[in-house]
Design a protein. Structure first.
Length: 124
C-alpha cells in the first residue's frame, strides 16, 4: 500500500527536477510519485512541452522597439516618465541641494570663527 501524495508538493519540485537540482533520493521519490499519478505525469509533460516551445522562439524585438515603447509611455503619461531633462533648468537632485547647504554652512562657520575676537581676556 502506498501513501497518497500531495500533487501540489510534487508540482513544486518540477523545476528542480528538470534542472537536475534534486538529490538522488529526492529524484527517486519524485519519479515514483510521477509514475503513480497520471495528473502529475500529464502536468510534467505539459511543462516539458511548454519549455520546449519557449526555447524554440527565435524572434527578436525590432531595433526601434525600446524607443517606440518609451515614446508611447511618454505620450500616454503626459511626460511623467522618461521626461526629457534639461541640464540647467531640470529637476535638481536632492544630493546636490544637500551638498550646497552643507557647503554654505561650512563657509558660514569659517567666516564666523575668523570674525570672533580671540584676544579677549576673561573677567577677573
Amino acid at each position: 500500500m502506498t501513501l497518497p501524495h500531495n500533487c501540489d508538493a510534487v508540482r513544486e519540485r518540477f523545476s528542480d527536477y528538470l534542472d537536475g537540482d534534486l538529490s538522488a533520493d529526492e529524484k527517486k521519490k519524485l519519479e515514483q510519485a510521477i509514475a503513480e499519478c497520471t495528473a502529475c505525469r500529464d502536468e510534467l509533460d505539459e511543462l516539458r512541452r511548454t519549455l520546449g516551445r519557449i526555447g524554440n522562439i527565435k524572434h527578436h524585438a525590432p531595433p526601434a522597439f525600446v524607443d517606440s515603447v518609451r515614446s508611447q509611455i511618454r505620450q500616454r503619461s503626459q511626460g511623467r516618465f522618461f521626461k526629457r531633462k534639461h541640464l540647467l533648468f531640470g529637476r535638481v537632485p536632492f544630493e546636490w541641494v544637500s551638498f550646497v547647504m552643507i557647503l554654505a554652512m561650512l563657509v558660514y562657520y569659517i567666516v564666523m570663527m575668523r570674525s570672533t575676537p580671540t584676544d579677549v581676556a576673561p573677567a577677573p
